[in-house]
Design a protein around this ligand. Structure first.
Ligand code: ADP
Length: 456
């Protein structure tokens, strides 16, 4: 590539006035435009030493990296900017390019569509075409970490004043690892996956992406497993929040913990934020005697609504409860957990499929999963996991004594099933029946009706 006199003059001018930031930025931009990528990189780095937060300089350096196929380095400089509210949409497009370069199509698509949503002028048909492929799942190999840093995908560095003890995970499971529950998976697909993949369509019908889903059903039926799989399906980060991460009896900082947990998810978007046992955090205010518990519920509501309109963009809140009737009705307003989804106990076909999944990767003889399903009526996923764990443990002992691996058989599973006491699904259905028969005016529990009316 031939140099030109204008560029040479700019270089000279910048050499004579190294502190002149606009001049250096202009030179870096010209170098980038003319394809002197390594020199542009050096010039942007030098300018950033004067103005480390300047979005234009950060974007310039990232572009220099992307065009040199240094995608990890591009993301490392972009991540802090992406975590700020109101970053320029063009930065989202750059992030999409870098992420696509890394093979993370789902996250790239998220940034691309989010940017185009904010400013249609940044749309790029060629890039959009490359994003149209199937999303990469969380099980796919991680891209290399950038030099000197952790993975650019999980920038879970605690922010200032962060008091959340919840951690960011990358889910290793997707919907393929969840047996049965087709209607539940379909509901989650419509609620979570499609709005991220086709935001324009949802916008056209006046629906905003985001919001939450309340999963309810008997304990052990797979609510947590499903939430983790939803994160994997989206290629999103997963934050699993237990009560201990939020409730603080002694210092009264529960509200602060809750805010920090939401902020953690916001810094790691796209992110599935999962609250287990949510009835303890979102209980009916009328049931609460203490003012501070009511305050926590109010704080939860305002975090769900987001301080400003885009605060929760890309943060998908899933919550699970065994006792949905204890959750304050305010949580069921549009944009919050407006759609409770029932996670039922598995039928025989689903039980066979769950056991098959749980036995995957174990040394196996020929298996009759239907026979195991028939012997485990009223068992939920957690119970079946107990059965498989027990059988595997016994087999391991036998194999160690024999000095060779002895494969697991149907008989082993049937024997283990006899020793496992299943979760009290029948009792749960009895309690549920009491609530839904007497308090279903809003129709919120319609989905549950046929289940509680069945014989258990
Ligand atoms: P819950 O959150 O409803 O109490 P979990 O999600 O913790 O239940 O389920 C316990 C375990 O049971 C999971 O870790 C998973 O191994 C297994 N499991 C439950 N449901 C399924 C399913 N549909 N497919 C595969 N495994 C399942």
């Amino acid at each position: 590539m031939s140099d030109d006199a204008g560029l040479q003059a700019l270089r000279e001018a910048a050499r004579l006035s190294p502190d002149n930031l606009p001049l250096r930025q202009h030179l870096a931009g010209q170098l980038l435009a003319k394809g002197y990528l390594a020199e542009a990189e050096a010039e942007y780095r030098a300018a950033l030493a004067f103005a480390p937060q300047n979005p234009g300089l950060i974007a310039g350096l990232a572009e220099a990296f992307v065009r040199q196929s240094a995608f990890g380095q591009a993301m490392a400089v972009l991540e802090p900017l992406l975590a700020t509210s109101g970053f320029p949409p063009a930065v989202g497009i750059l992030a999409a390019r870098a992420l696509l370069g890394e093979g993370n199509t789902a996250k790239a698509a998220y940034h691309y569509f989010e940017a185009v949503n904010r400013d249609p002028l940044v749309a790029d048909q060629e890039l959009q075409g490359r994003l149209a492929g199937p999303p990469t799942y969380a099980g796919s190999p991680e891209p290399p970490a950038p030099p000197g840093g952790s993975s650019p995908y999980l920038p879970s560095v605690p922010g200032p004043g962060d008091s959340s003890t919840a951690e960011v995970e990358r889910s290793g499971v997707s919907f393929a690892d969840v047996a049965g529950m087709e209607p539940v998976k379909e509901a989650l697909r419509i609620k979570l996956l499609l709005p991220l993949q086709q935001p324009e369509m949802f916008k056209a019908f006046g629906k905003r992406a985001g919001g939450g889903v309340l999963l309810y059903g008997p304990p052990g039926a797979g609510k947590t497993h499903l939430a983790r799989a939803a994160a994997g399906e989206l290629g999103a980060a997963f934050v699993n929040v237990g009560l201990a991460d939020i409730l603080d009896m002694y210092t009264g900082s529960s509200e602060r913990n809750l805010r920090a947990t939401f902020d953690l998810a916001r810094r790691n978007r796209p992110c599935v934020l999962f609250f287990d046992e949510v009835d303890a955090l979102a209980g009916r205010r009328s049931d609460m005697r203490q003012a501070h518990t009511r305050q926590l519920v109010n704080q939860f509501l305002s975090e769900l609504d987001g301080v400003d309109q885009n605060a929760n963009e890309g943060v998908l809140v899933l919550a699970a409860t065994n006792a949905p009737w204890y959750v304050d009705v305010a949580f069921r307003r549009p944009g919050r957990f407006d759609q409770p989804v029932f996670v039922p106990p598995p039928d025989a076909t689903a039980r066979a499929a769950i056991v098959r999944i749980l036995c995957k990767d174990k040394p196996l003889a020929e298996m009759d999963y239907d026979a195991v399903a028939a012997a485990t009526e009223h068992f939920v996923g957690a119970d079946l996991k107990g059965v498989v764990d027990r059988a595997v443990e016994a087999k391991l002992h036998q194999s160690l004594s024999a000095g060779r691996p002895i494969p697991l058989t149907t008989q082993d599973l049937l024997a283990a099933a006899k020793t496992v006491r299943p979760t009290a699904v029948r009792e749960w259905m009895g309690t549920a029946r009491n609530y839904v028969m007497h308090a279903n005016d809003s129709g919120a529990w319609d989905e549950l009706m046929p289940w509680v009316k069945a014989k258990w």
